[in-house]
Design a binder for this molecule. Sequence first.
Ligand SMILES: Cc1cc2nc3c(=O)[nH]c(=O)nc-3n(C[C@H](O)[C@H](O)[C@H](O)COP(=O)(O)OP(=O)(O)OC[C@H]3O[C@@H](n4cnc5c(N)ncnc54)[C@H](O)[C@@H]3O)c2cc1C
Length: 369
Amino acid sequence: MSDAIVIGGGMVGAAIAWGLLRQGLAVTVLDGSDEAQRAARANFGLVWVQSKGDGLPEYAHWTREGAALWPGFQDILAGETGISSGFSAPGGLHLCMSEEELQGRRDLRARMHNIDGPEAFDMQILDRAEVADLLPGIGPDVVGASLCAQDGHASPQGLLLALHRGILKQGGRILPCEEAVAIRRTAGVWEVQTARGRHAAPTLVLAAGTGNLALGRMVGMEIPVSGLKGQILVTERTGPRLALPTHKVRQTEAGTLLLGDSKEPEAGSDDRSSGAVIADIAARSLRMFPWLSEVNLVRAWGGIRTMTPDSFPVYEAREDLPGLFAANCHSGVTLAAVHALKLAPMIAAGALAPGIAPLSSRRFDVPTD
Ligand SMILES: Cc1cc2nc3c(=O)[nH]c(=O)nc-3n(C[C@H](O)[C@H](O)[C@H](O)COP(=O)(O)OP(=O)(O)OC[C@H]3O[C@@H](n4cnc5c(N)ncnc54)[C@H](O)[C@@H]3O)c2cc1C
């Protein structure tokens, strides 16, 4: 018996569990086995604001709030665990390889400024010379970029490790190889059955990535999530080459360069890397930064993102399922701080704030006649 069970110990579940513990709840995290698919261990590590919320202002607000919370969140987590999440926010660049792409960024900027104005959303359009000043050595095909001062990046491995360590330090439990196979509600308490036993709590958070589809159905809830494969390449360490992250190439604190990422909807649950996609990513990265030809690739990996039909997050709480919450998003690093410091307190208090109501899956319930 706990105060709260979180199903899923990935980027979303771990951030929420850590945040619930800070609210004084006794928390048990049920997680998958070593062979489970985990987007948390496959991602690119951007804390990215500039493209988030186009078409859903509340998501733009939520993302900006999350980015603003990141520095304080990192400090608390590092103070508690001694582990750095490697966060910095030097701004981020979306490099454009054609005039058409650059025009698309101008249009995006105009739409985003329509939401809250230029003060709230700090995005500029740079020409080629301005990009070259920031990132010397860009390729001849780069025509310009959008620069957002609120963008940054972090170490996904550092973050996940710190969250797990923080959960344990605060007295929470993380149980691996403890996949939920059935859920029911008895006498006001949620009971979760796993292969090894039974866990109970008045509050239950479904945060199992793509696994939320099956978990939702166990309680009669349709959570519209599906997988979208992505692959990433990593190079050997080099000296400092990129002062700012770009949406496709970034340099980590350790000096390696991450080249990303693909979008492969047809891959299903196959998360292996593949030669053709590796070649594509490498070729595109070389067009952006020809000097990459002198740097050796050391590894490639794939992972399955959790996507919703419109790619915006889904946060669920239903009156007919008291104490039950569900959380899904495809930007678990970007939103880690807001999940830990805003979403978790809402869950602890028993209700999601009206400000994020538009992020529920009810937005997909449109009349067909
Ligand atoms: C290639 C790629 C690049 C990405 N780049 C970025 C980026 O730059 N920035 C960013 O913010 N995000 C990025 N992401 C997305 C980010 O990784 C995800 O948003 C995040 O990991 C989702 O977290 P999650 O906890 O929902 O799912 P996951 O991290 O996948 O974790 C789900 C967990 O649930 C567990 N689970 C599943 N079913 C059950 C069950 N029945 N019982 C118990 N446990 C269960 C699994 O074992 C797993 O540990 C990227 C993802 C990929 C794949």
